[in-house]
Design a protein around this ligand. Structure first.
Ligand code: FES
Length: 58
């Protein structure tokens, strides 16, 4: 299982983001930002956050 760092500004891993989406039923990038801080720095990882949301929520 890979656990790459998705948000380098805030050092947030893929597993942390996926767990937050699954456990809290997150549906938007804004909710990920609130729950994990991912995406609250440079914003460069936001497309990747959107991809993860799509992967999990379809
Ligand atoms: S890499 Fe996520 S906000 Fe900069």
């Amino acid at each position: 299982m890979t656990d790459e760092t998705i948000c380098h500004c805030m050092d947030v891993s893929r597993s942390t983001i996926e767990a937050a989406i699954r456990e809290k039923g997150l549906t938007t990038v804004e909710q990920i930002q609130e729950e994990t801080s991912a995406g609250t720095g440079c914003g460069g990882c936001i497309p990747e956050l959107e991809n993860i949301l799509k992967e999990i929520n379809g």
